[in-house]
Write a protein that binds this ligand. Structure first.
Ligand SMILES: Nc1nc2c(c(=O)[nH]1)N[C@H]1C(S)=C(S)[C@@H](COP(=O)(O)OP(=O)(O)OC[C@H]3O[C@@H](n4cnc5c(=O)[nH]c(N)nc54)[C@H](O)[C@@H]3O)O[C@H]1N2
Ligand SMILES: Nc1nc2c(c(=O)[nH]1)N[C@H]1C(S)=C(S)[C@@H](COP(=O)(O)OP(=O)(O)OC[C@H]3O[C@@H](n4cnc5c(=O)[nH]c(N)nc54)[C@H](O)[C@@H]3O)O[C@H]1N2
Ligand code: SF4
Ligand SMILES: [Mo]
Length: 766
């Protein structure tokens, strides 16, 4: 990819200074500098020397910064003394006292009465501190991140084959690959700069791109050489069909498989049942499409596969994603330049949370069921192992179900907007309303803050220092450019304060958390991560500043970071190395250490079979459409940042639903009409986008639009993958009807042209 410095400045002339940072509006981690004028953020420019983006930025990266200066920033804490009363602004001392009182009162009923639900958007240093506070201090397993909705499956999918989390390939491999397979990944909208990099690689290498998606997405329109437009929810059948053909055609490298994997015979026994005729039928595709894909995949060793929400947000998420790794193992396309699976992250620092362990993981990919791993962690934290009871952390939906039954009464929400992003909004709202809810956020006007009993105002991107890992293990350093507004504090400061007020101490009676500054937290993290897959022991803030970004592992062996994992084809599967002893794909039942002794592949990778199972929610006569939800290029999540940029917002100010032209014709629906979508869980109303992106019988709504009638999560539900517990956001049966005629506004017409391929998204591709 060529160097091109994209920028946007809100001032005339030069800023007072430029401060080194990175974009926090997706997992790509584009390097950027922040312009500061008179103590305020005044713009950004891409970092030309950065190894991820070479100066390029996408629309969100270029225009999202205006959110920092918005008038709805929180400047003081707020409390609601009693449910039903209004929130009052108070000082930090009073808000903290209130927090600690209520925390202790709930804790007195047992620590399972408390829950923490955090983010994929804080810094590594903050996640590590929170993990230490909650796991080491409170010693509770009721902690999860919104990474559960996002990339929990990336972690479990990687563990299933390789023993530990850790994306295998990197963007350097994409540059060299001649085949890119995108599984449920609309990269042209979700990581625009990565898409530019993919297209540049394709052009340079004369390569090809396969996209697996039930939608003819902008990615398909702009760059696919083969589109596998499968029926929603049939990923496992497709993967089994591909593997079946690879085996049948002799495209499997048996020398590689025998030397570096276990489980081939069991895999083959299952994939034998997936001949192309059957798979074409299940997936609703032409057999020739499947055969072409198998030819291309079997015909190259230089293949990178990305996997994202079309695979993750489903009930067979871990199985389907693991089969992508399996395809790489079968063809030997791993551990060498230009080859490897890249199970993607989505949020800017979802990876950091998975590493640090404030979500479903334990710090540095330690295995909670491995006594030695937990003893090591206790020694590093200087806490007594005898009192430490590591459990597999509860996922957010399990915690919501507990709360629904009244078993959890206090929830601390940090850096996420669950009222909008959790499935089944109406059910989730009822549960959140019941809880004593603390919300910690830079903005006072999010949907979740409106339900809070305590609100803590925080600093955000540009107002604090810390590290963030992108989807391919590159660690960025984001420096503080300006002061946060009013009395907003960093999440790190709040965590340290809480740990101190709760009196969390180590076994010598010293404060459990002794550092104060991000740099000192980072130093402790280097020691805690040493020897584990995400090894930071050789990394420093200085090295990151020098290189732009550094990929972990960074240690004595890889002093400037590792481009790809597993070059020695030795995986983290040994019984004393692995992050998990594994789980059954269909039931989620966890294997014990004793079971594992019998299957310990001692460093070889697992090939694990998965059977296709029909979705739990087939359409019915009353609810004949399958609803798919996801992203569009101009907005980030629940729009707490991008919704404040006029530039971005006016290109997509409202929710709409993509409807196939023939379905629209049957219901008498035209572009711009208002339609209603119903399900047993709720009602959605919005504009009709009539476009042939969808398969007939399927609908798509962008999920960015908050509450009430525009919310996609009116219709999703708590069904989830049994292993990763990632919710099934991508298909729910619904009914459609027309409400009223409407003339399409200009933005809807423009969006139509982006979707039907007559216009390439401006500012995303230039
Ligand atoms: N513009 C923008 N970019 C973002 C974000 C954002 O909010 N806005 N968020 C970031 C985050 S946190 C994430 S997680 C990523 C997500 O990035 P993506 O995963 O690329 O985005 P989605 O739109 O959620 O889903 C991708 C595709 O999955 C397809 N899909 C649905 N069902 C199936 C299925 O059964 N099989 C297959 N194969 N595909 C299916 C959908 O049609 C959709 O096109 O984006 C990141 N980047
Ligand atoms: N239907 C449907 N639902 C989905 C999805 C889907 O595809 N379809 N995708 C899911 C996915 S992949 C994701 S990642 C989630 C995202 O869902 P959320 O996590 O709810 O989305 P955000 O809007 O990013 O919420 C982040 C919050 O953190 C705040 N914040 C930003 N920076 C900071 C900070 O430094 N400190 C603190 N304390 N707060 C900060 C923001 O203001 C915002 O309120 O949505 C999920 N929900
Ligand atoms: S691709 Fe992602 S990280 Fe890069 S500028 Fe766009 S939103 Fe930011
Ligand atoms: Mo995500």
């Amino acid at each position: 990819m060529d160097i091109r410095v994209d920028s946007s400045l809100g001032i005339e002339g030069e800023p007072d200074k430029w401060v080194h940072s990175a974009c926090l509006l997706c997992s790509n981690g584009c390097g950027m500098d922040i312009a500061v004028k008179d103590g305020r953020i005044a713009g950004v420019r891409g970092n030309a020397g950065h190894p991820v983006n070479f100066g390029h930025l996408g629309p969100k990266g270029e225009h999202g910064w205006v959110a920092n200066n918005h008038r709805q920033r929180g400047v003081l804490p707020m409390i609601r003394r009693r449910k039903g009363q209004p929130m009052e602004q108070v000082g930090w001392a009073e808000a903290m006292d209130f927090f600690i009182d209520r925390f202790r009162a709930a804790w007195n009923q047992g620590h399972e009465n408390l829950a923490c639900y955090n983010s994929g958007q804080l810094t590594l240093e903050e996640f590590y501190t929170l993990a230490k506070l909650w796991r080491g201090g409170l010693q509770s397993s009721n902690i999860d991140g919104n990474t559960r909705l996002c990339t929990a499956t990336s972690a479990t999918g990687l563990m299933a084959n390789f023993g530990a989390d850790g994306p295998v390939a990197s963007y350097a491999d994409i540059d060299q690959a001649d085949l890119l397979c995108l599984y449920g990944h609309n990269v042209a909208e979700s990581q625009t700069v990565l898409w530019e990099r993919m297209l540049a690689a394709k052009k340079r290498n004369g390569g090809r791109i396969i996209v697996v998606d039930p939608r003819r997405s902008p990615t398909v329109r702009q760059g696919a050489d083969l589109h596998i437009q499968l029926r929603a929810g049939t990923n496992v059948a497709l993967m089994n069909g591909l593997i079946h053909l690879l085996i049948r055609r002799g495209a499997v490298r048996m020398d590689f498989v025998n030397a570096h994997t276990v489980g081939f015979a069991q895999l083959q026994a299952v994939t034998d049942d997936y001949p192309p005729e059957r798979v074409a039928e299940i997936c609703g595709i032409e057999q020739i499409v499947l055969e072409t894909a198998a030819d291309w995949i079997g015909g190259t060793g230089k293949m990178v596969s990305t996997v994202l929400q079309g695979f993750y947000q489903s009930v067979e998420a871990t199985g389907a994603s693991s089969l992508v790794n399996t395809v790489h193992l079968l063809t030997g396309a791993i551990g060498k330049p230009g080859a490897g699976p890249l199970l993607m992250a989505g949020q800017p620092s979802a990876m950091s949370n998975r590493e640090a362990g404030a979500d479903g993981s334990y710090p540095a990919y330690r295995n909670p069921h491995n006594e030695q791993h937990m003893k090591d962690l206790c020694a590093l934290w200087n806490i007594a192992f005898e009192d430490f009871h590591p459990e597999v952390p509860k996922d957010i939906l399990t915690m919501m179900e507990s709360a629904e039954r009244g078993e959890i009464e206090f929830m601390w929400v940090i850096g996420t907007n669950p009222l909008v992003s959790l499935p089944d909004q109406n059910r989730s709202r009822t549960i959140l309303e019941k809880l004593f809810l603390v919300v910690q956020d830079p903005f006072i006007d999010t949907e979740s803050v409106a339900l809070a009993d305590i609100y803590f105002p925080t600093a955000m991107w540009g107002e604090k220092t810390g590290c963030v890992t992108n989807a391919e293990r590159s660690v960025n350093l984001l420096l503080k450019a300006v002061e946060p507004p009013g009395e907003a504090r960093t999440d790190l400061d709040i965590f340290i304060d809480v740990a101190q007020r709760l009196g969390f101490a180590d076994r010598d009676g010293q404060p459990l958390i002794r550092f104060r500054e991000p740099r000192d937290a980072f130093d402790e993290w280097r020691r805690v991560s040493a020897g584990r897959p995400c090894d930071y022991s050789g990394m420093s803030y200085e090295l990151i500043l020098e290189m732009g970004a550094v990929r972990w592992p960074c240690n004595a062996r890889y002093s400037r970071g590792a481009e790809r994992l597993y070059e020695d084809l030795h995986f983290w599967t040994g019984i004393d190395d692995c992050e998990s002893y594994g789980a059954d794909f269909l039931t989620g039942n966890k294997h014990t250490r004793d079971n594992y002794r019998h299957i310990d592949p001692a460093g070889k990778a697992f090939l694990k079979p998965v059977r296709y199972r029909r979705q739990p929610n087939p359409v019915t006569e009353a609810f004949p459409f399958l609803l798919n939800t996801g992203r569009l290029v101009y907005h980030f999540h629940t729009r707490t940042k991008t919704g404040r940029s006029d530039f971005l917002n006016r290109r997509a100010p409202h929710a709409y639903v993509e409807i196939h032209p023939e379905d629209a014709a049957r219901y008498g629906i035209a572009l711009g009409d208002t339609v209603e979508i119903t399900s047993p869980r709720g009602t959605w109303q919005g504009l009709a986008m009539v476009v042939d992106t969808m398969r007939q019988g399927e609908l798509f709504i962008p999920f960015h639009y908050g509450q009430g009638l525009e919310a996609a999560n009116q219709h999703t539900w708590y069904a989830r993958d049994p292993v990763s517990q990632q919710p099934q956001f991508k298909s729910a049966p619904v009914a459609l009807r027309k409400l009223s005629f409407g003339a399409p506004e200009q933005w809807l017409l423009d969006r139509l042209r982006e979707l039907d391929g007559t216009m390439v998204t401006p500012f995303a591709m230039r």
